[in-house]
Ligand binder design. Structure first.
Ligand code: RIB
Length: 336
């Protein structure tokens, strides 16, 4: 088998020193136009592929970004990954995906392993931390950006979303189509986006129907919890005619439960989710939702992180992105 072309082979063939080739590859230090051209020609001719890992280790940079997400099975996150990977790639970075389970972030080994992978930075979307964990993360001294469940509006490293407004839009829309007994299936109560979405629900309910008691069930953002909690909701509150679910995946689970119970969506019960994942258009009826700018979140987060890694400034401060109400048949057909 032909042995791999090394930096030494390139230097020898181009008639320059290894240090010159290294300067060329790392784009640091003076190199004459003539030497640059020779090196480039030889690299093309020999089809030389620099060993990025070895180069990275030598420069203490790997041009790798870790993306830490809480649930790879939720289509919201793959949609986010696509945007992040696209921007990262265009700037010469690759992505490693880290799916977290249970209390991974609380575990010191998790962060040690991340450090051992020599990533240049990471984007954190999972939320399983407290102030102590956050302090530990900061001590790693690896640049990071917080999004989605991990976003905190009080810090400069976060890109948040107007979750309160999104929830308000959803509840107002249910009222507008005629729902009068509106329940909310929330995300985990400790997560900041769940709390803001819940606040939006409570606020709109209190202002439009001050006499009504809120009906809230705490889900975990999974398909199953949407299904199971909808069954429970209707056993305990058969008069409910509108449900705002804190994410789309739970809304799809809810739709399934309602079908199994013989309750018609949208004529008897209207449903609305949150996220704007593509799957909401693939079910029958199509599900109304509060759309997050998933792609834009990915682009802004990646640009922000790369700016932090490379120590450059000048990005506009995007702390909180907006949402959009998408009206579909799961609500528009209510009572028809
Ligand atoms: O569907 C995943 C949910 O988790 C989304 O609503 C997102 O905002 C995150 O919190």
């Amino acid at each position: 088998m032909k042995s791999k072309i090394t930096i030494r082979d390139v230097a020898k063939e181009a008639g320059v020193s290894v240090a010159t080739v290294s300067r060329y590859l790392n784009n640091n230090g003076y190199i004459s136009d003539q030497a640059e051209k020779k090196i480039k020609d030889v690299m093309d001719r020999l089809n030389y592929q620099p060993n990025e890992i070895a180069r990275g280790l030598a420069m203490k940079k790997t041009r790798t970004i870790a993306l830490i997400i809480p649930d790879i099975t939720n289509p919201f996150f793959p949609e986010l990954v696509v945007a992040i990977e696209k921007v990262a790639k265009s700037k010469g970075y690759s992505i490693i995906l880290v799916n977290t389970y249970d209390d991974d972030l609380q575990n010191n080994d998790f962060w040690v392993q991340l450090q051992n992978r020599y990533v240049d930075g990471f984007i954190l979307a999972s939320f399983q931390f407290d102030e102590k964990v956050l302090k530990g993360i900061e001590e790693l001294q690896i640049p990071f950006v917080r999004i989605d469940r991990a976003a905190d509006y009080n810090t400069d490293d976060s890109i948040g979303l107007n979750n309160f407004k999104g929830a308000s839009l959803a509840v107002d829309h249910l009222i507008e189509v005629g729902c009068r007994n509106i329940a909310h299936i929330s995300g985990p109560a400790s997560y900041p986006p769940s709390q803001d979405r819940m606040r939006g629900y409570l606020d709109r309910l209190a202002s439009r129907f001050p006499e009504k008691e809120p009906i809230v069930y705490e889900g975990d953002f999974s398909l199953e919890s949407g299904k199971v909690l909808t069954e429970k909701l209707f056993q305990e509150n058969p008069n409910v005619d509108g449900i705002f679910l804190a994410n789309d995946l739970m809304a799809i689970g809810s739709l399934k439960a309602l079908k199994l119970m013989g309750i018609q969506v949208p004529t008897q019960v209207a449903l609305i989710g949150f996220d704007g994942i593509k799957l909401t258009e693939m079910v029958e009826p199509e599900i109304s939702t509060v759309e997050q700018p998933i792609y834009e979140i990915g682009i802004i987060a990646t640009n922000k992180l790369i700016h932090k890694i490379e120590g450059t400034n000048g990005l506009p401060d995007e702390k909180e992105l907006d949402v959009r109400l998408v009206k579909r048949r799961s609500t528009l057909g209510f009572g028809v």
